[in-house]
Unconditional design. Structure first.
Length: 368
């Protein structure tokens, strides 16, 4: 999707990937075939490019540091990424900046909880976890003991279990001159800790929307972040709290391709290429984005289901071209435009459309 946006803007985009069949390679100006941690390959990518950006945050910062010293431009910078590539770093950053997040602590190797913490708790791998991987709900001391026996002790944190009414996502962007723009706040819904659907915009009070924008602007400015970022939030009795920070274009912003004047992918290309940022406003009243999660293990291309989804009025299907399906794997998404004037009308439309999508593309089965 980033490569497609670059092509639309006539901006050359070069890709470093270990997979010759990766979807982006078909649209790239050139491809460097190598492992992502191959520094020599990254140097070759830099030789072809004016700036390098990232598709995910699993970046070996120390290995890339010499390239940065040699003048290779990374956007966001390695310094901005440093506190964001681990959940511990994110929590420490938020705590230091006085931004709201769940109370947390390091995993207690003694098996005794710090004062003020009680079960249930959420345990999270500090690095490498995504889509529910690297998390565990601890409901008793026995659960903590079992976790301590099976995970690297220094790589996990504990968080208080948050009671929330909605999960929200704030997509924001900041250019090289320090200008910050925020897309409208959206509601997200998870299925087995994987994003199921996104409703845009979120139906929350204006004060909540303003607070989310302020959190984003404060965070991006504090670390001199350049590029697109997603801030995932809990909203409930405890107010607004930051759950996780994704320093990249994000699944919760895929709907922007059809619904916003400037998609998150075009915005990232614009920022990295030094072009002016585009408008973040919607060009329709709202949108529903539904992830097409694998519901079985298969090599099928699901063309019949994709055709049926595309036949829904004002629906756009994005198929990622990944090799093979497995339960919960994100194979694509469908965006459906909403035209209700009020939040209630849009919610009603979204409910009907989601039911129609589910009749064509079922959710993966619940884990036992």
């Amino acid at each position: 999707m980033l490569a497609a946006a670059a092509r639309k803007l006539n901006v050359p985009l070069h890709v470093l990937t270990p997979g010759a069949q990766d979807p982006a390679t078909a649209l790239a100006s050139s491809v460097v075939l190598a492992e992502l941690d191959d520094v020599a390959a990254t140097r070759e990518l830099a030789r072809r490019s004016g700036a390098i950006t990232f598709e995910n945050e699993w970046v070996d910062l120390p290995a890339l540091a010499p390239l940065s010293f040699d003048g290779v431009v990374f956007l966001p910078s390695l310094e901005a990424l440093a506190p964001l590539v681990s959940k511990r770093g994110q929590r420490q950053l938020l705590q230091d900046r006085g931004l709201p997040c769940p109370r947390w602590c390091d995993l207690p190797t003694s098996g005794l909880l710090p004062e003020g913490f009680d079960y249930p708790l959420m345990a999270k791998a500090s690095t490498g976890g995504y889509d529910g991987k690297g998390t565990a709900v601890l409901r008793s001391p026995e659960d903590l003991t079992a976790l301590l026996a099976r995970v690297p002790l220094g790589d996990w944190i504990l968080e208080e279990f948050v009671n929330f009414e909605q999960e929200l996502s704030q997509l924001a962007c900041r250019d090289r001159a320090g200008n910050v723009r925020c897309y409208p706040l959206v509601q997200t819904h998870q299925h087995q800790q994987v994003c199921d659907w996104v409703l845009a915009p979120a139906s929350v009070p204006h004060a909540v929307q303003a607070y989310a924008r302020n959190i984003a602007a404060s965070l991006l400015t504090a670390i001199n972040y350049v590029g697109v970022i997603s801030i995932e939030l809990f909203y409930g009795p405890g107010g607004l709290q930051v759950n996780e920070i994704a320093p990249r274009t994000h699944n919760s912003g895929h709907f922007t391709i059809e619904a916003a004047h400037t998609s998150q992918f075009e915005q990232q290309v614009r920022i990295v290429a030094g072009l002016p940022m585009g408008s973040v406003e919607f060009q329709v009243p709202g949108a529903l984005m539904v992830n097409l999660l694998g519901f079985e293990s298969s090599e099928a291309d699901y063309q019949a289901q994709r055709d049926d989804l595309a036949a829904i009025p004002e629906a756009t299907v994005h198929w990622y071209g990944k090799e093979g399906s497995s339960p919960g794997r994100k194979l694509g998404h469908v965006t459906l435009l909403l035209h209700g004037v009020t939040a209630g009308e849009r919610a009603g439309q979204a409910e009907q459309l989601l039911e129609r999508v589910r009749s064509i593309w079922p959710l993966p089965p619940q884990n036992p």
